[in-house]
Design a protein around this ligand. Structure first.
Ligand SMILES: Cc1cc2nc3c(=O)[nH]c(=O)nc-3n(C[C@H](O)[C@H](O)[C@H](O)COP(=O)(O)OP(=O)(O)OC[C@H]3O[C@@H](n4cnc5c(N)ncnc54)[C@H](O)[C@@H]3O)c2cc1C
Length: 317
């Protein structure tokens, strides 16, 4: 008998966890992503010196079952629990030590980690989906992937809306989901406090995480939501110049900071969500998952994919 088939849009942690669990349960799964690699907001970037991330720097895992999943990844050598203190404050007013609990740091490229999560599912990269239909996905190059028993959309809410033209009940339920943006930078600087993670008391920059996997002088720097919201339309040069000057001041550096990469995450963190693990249109049977449905963060996005796969395998949806 032919295996049941699923088509999933989005190779972030939600799409990947769903794809991995479905393929382990005997389904034939295709995952389409417009990016060059798996991971979405957890994606990594290759550099000459190693790899770095511009997205989520940590995997936050507070509760079962994701906590157990993170422990299992730690045993496999894919992540490591975050140990020790982080610094909080700024150079001109001083630093205090703080603890971040329930966080893991990826020890392999995050796109590789998400690839592992996807298991035997087939990943189609650089495959931009422009419409989601009951049993098919329409791609930007004009091709159609069809014959699916189940179509699943695992992209941020506002991006999903544009794919659901013919599926108005889903569009209406997604309309109230809001995300906040973050500008992310890879910045190179020498000096500053002896720390790997710094949380700033500042309204322009939020945090800096040393990219030890690439180079100890390279930092991932995230802006505050407010900085990003006031620089949504700004050019990259304007945003990075402002952010580099802010970092110099916050760390008390005398030499200028070099910016090696920048990225604007328009949909960085969901501020609210639809609720539940997934959202299904009864007529078309199309299902939505991800942090716009289940709530902010990697843990909730992962759970939405796993819970949906379990329900499909148990024929509960
Ligand atoms: C700067 C930043 C910092 C963060 N920090 C943390 C943190 O410390 N802890 C934490 O728990 N969470 C953090 N998050 C949030 C976390 O990364 C997300 O909640 C989680 O990764 C969402 O996963 P997802 O699978 O729902 O969506 P995504 O990761 O966004 O995956 C969606 C995928 O769909 C693809 N896609 C979109 N549209 C299409 C299309 N039309 N066709 C094909 N593919 C498409 C995208 O390329 C992407 O790969 C952070 C996020 C950012 C950006």
């Amino acid at each position: 008998m032919a295996k049941p088939k699923a088509g999933i849009v989005g190779a972030g942690i939600a799409g990947a966890s769903c794809a991995g669990a479905l393929s382990a349960g005997g389904w034939d799964v295709d995952v389409f992503d417009k990016g060059h690699g798996a991971g979405g907001r957890l994606a990594s970037r290759r550099l000459e010196s190693g790899w770095a991330t511009l997205g989520a720097p940590f995997i936050s895992a507070w509760n079962a079952p994701f906590r157990e999943q993170a422990e299992d990844w730690a045993k496999k050598g894919w992540v490591a629990p975050l140990k020790g203190d982080i610094l909080q404050g700024r150079a001109d007013t001083g630093w205090t030590h703080a603890r971040l609990k329930g966080h893991y740091l990826p020890t392999i490229e995050t796109s590789e980690l998400v690839g592992h999560v996807m298991g035997q599912a087939k990943l189609h990269l650089e495959s931009h989906v422009i419409a989601v239909q009951p049993q098919a996905l329409v791609l930007q190059d004009g091709s159609i992937a069809d014959g699916y028993d189940q179509v699943i959309c695992a992209v941020p809410g506002p991006q999903a809306i544009s794919l659901l033209d013919a599926l108005s009940p889903l569009r209406e339920q997604l309309a109230g989901v809001r995300y906040r943006p973050v500008w992310a930078f890879l910045m190179r600087c020498e000096g500053g406090p002896d720390a790997d993670i710094i949380k700033f008391d500042d309204n322009l920059l939020d945090m800096a995480v040393r990219q030890t996997t690439a180079d100890p002088d390279l930092w991932l720097v995230h802006s505050s939501y407010e900085f990003a919201e006031s620089h949504v339309e700004a050019s990259e040069i304007e945003a990075k110049t402002r952010a580099a000057a802010a970092l110099m001041g916050l760390l008390g550096l005398s030499r200028p900071v070099e910016v090696e990469a920048s990225h604007m995450w328009l949909y960085a963190r969901s501020e609210n969500s639809v609720g539940g693990y997934w959202l299904r249109d009864d007529e078309s049977r199309v299902i939505l998952i991800g942090d716009g449905i289940s709530g902010a963060g990697i843990e909730r996005a992962w759970e939405s994919g796993v819970q949906l796969a379990q329900a499909i395998l148990e024929a509960k949806v």
